[in-house]
Design a protein around this ligand. Structure first.
Ligand code: SAM
Length: 293
C-alpha cells in the first residue's frame, strides 16, 4: 500500500502545474481578510532536497521546475512568476535551487494569523518527516495540526470550517486504484457539509478507464441533485509528452470546484506558455475549460 513516495517525483511537471495553481488560488482567496481553513488530505513529506538521494533517482525535476527556471523570468506572466518567486524563497542561492517545497510547506508559508492548516499523511516514513518539518517551520505557533490519518475519511471532521471559508487540496497518488472512487466519495461527503468550499483535486491523465472517466465524474458531481444548485468548476490539464510515450507520466490535471474569481483569467494567460516551456519533443499542450463555457 505504501510503495509511493513523493520524493521520487518532487518538482516534476505535475508538481509545477499543481503548486502553481494552488498558490494562485491561495492568493486570490486571501484578497479577503476572513480566516481560511487549509486542508491537505495527502500531504507527503513536506520539503524535498532535489540535489541528492531519492529525488535524483529519476531526476523528474529536470523536465519540471529546472526547465522552467531556465526561462527568462521577466517575460513570464504573474502566476508563473509568483510560483517561481515562492520556490526561490526556500533557497539561499538566487541562481539555483535544491530545496523544493511540497504543498504543506507552501500552505504553511501562506498562513496568516487568522488561517488554519490541517495536514493528513499516512506513510509510516513520510509522516514523521512531515511532522518534524512542520514543527521546525511553525515558529510563530500558527494553528496547524499534522494527522497520521486517512485524508479521505478524515476531512469531514473539519468541515465546515468555523469561518465558512476553506480550501481543500486532494492529491492522492492513485497507485491504489480505489483512490479514483475514494476521491468522489470524499468529495460527495465534503460537499454535503461544506458546499461553498474551494476543492482542488489533482489527477493523472492516463489511458486506463478509471483515470479517463474521473474528470467527467467530477463534472457530474458538480451538477448535483435537482434540489441543489449546480456548483461551478474549472478543469486545467497540462501535457508535456506524446500521449503514447510510455516513459512516465505524460500529462496531469487539476479540477477545481468553486474556483476563485479570476482564476480562469490567470490560467488563460499562463498555461499556454507553461506547456510551451515544459514540452518534450514539441509535445506540449493544455486544456482549460469551466462550467461557464
Ligand atoms: N500533496 C503533496 C505535494 O504536493 O507536495 C504530494 C502528495 S503525494 C502525491 C500523495 C501522498 O499521500 C503520499 O505521501 C502518500 O503516502 C499519502 N497517502 C496515501 N494514501 C493516503 C491516505 N489515505 N490518507 C492520507 N495520505 C495518504
Amino acid at each position: 500500500m505504501f510503495s509511493y513516495r513523493h520524493v521520487f517525483h518532487a518538482g516534476n511537471h505535475a508538481d509545477v502545474l499543481k503548486h502553481m495553481i494552488l498558490l494562485e488560488c491561495i492568493e486570490l482567496l486571501q484578497q479577503k481578510a476572513g480566516g481560511l481553513m487549509f486542508l491537505d488530505s495527502h500531504a507527503g513529506a513536506g520539503l524535498y532536497d532535489l540535489s541528492t538521494g531519492y529525488a535524483t533517482v529519476s531526476d523528474e525535476s529536470v523536465e519540471g521546475i529546472f526547465k522552467l527556471l531556465k526561462h527568462e523570468v521577466s517575460s513570464l506572466p504573474p502566476t508563473i512568476k509568483n510560483y517561481l518567486d515562492r520556490i526561490h524563497s526556500w533557497n539561499n542561492d538566487p541562481k539555483q535551487i535544491s530545496v523544493y517545497p511540497g504543498s504543506p510547506s507552501l500552505l504553511l508559508e501562506s498562513l496568516r494569523p487568522q488561517d488554519k492548516l490541517r495536514l493528513f499523511e499516512l506513510h509510516p516514513t513520510d509522516f514523521p518527516i512531515l511532522n518534524d518539518e512542520i514543527k521546525s517551520l511553525n515558529t510563530t505557533k500558527l494553528d496547524i495540526q499534522v494527522l497520521m490519518q486517512d485524508g479521505f475519511s478524515g476531512l469531514k471532521a473539519f468541515l465546515p470550517p468555523p469561518s465558512r471559508r476553506g480550501l481543500i487540496l486532494m492529491d492522492p497518488s492513485y497507485e491504489d486504484k480505489s483512490d479514483y472512487f475514494k476521491v468522489l466519495t470524499a468529495l460527495e461527503e465534503g460537499l454535503k457539509r461544506f458546499a461553498t468550499g474551494v476543492y482542488i483535486i489533482w489527477y493523472p491523465c492516463l489511458s486506463r478507464n478509471d483515470a479517463l472517466e474521473l474528470p467527467n465524474k467530477l463534472i457530474k458531481l458538480c451538477s448535483r441533485s435537482e434540489k441543489t444548485p449546480p456548483l461551478s468548476w474549472l478543469r486545467a490539464e497540462l501535457r508535456v509528452k506524446d500521449i503514447n510515450d510510455d516513459s512516465g507520466l505524460t500529462a496531469s490535471g487539476m479540477f477545481i470546484i468553486n474556483p476563485p474569481w479570476k482564476l480562469k483569467e490567470a490560467l488563460n494567460e499562463s498555461l499556454p506558455l507553461l506547456s510551451d516551456i515544459l514540452a518534450q519533443q514539441g509535445h506540449g499542450n493544455h486544456l482549460l475549460e469551466s462550467s461557464e463555457d
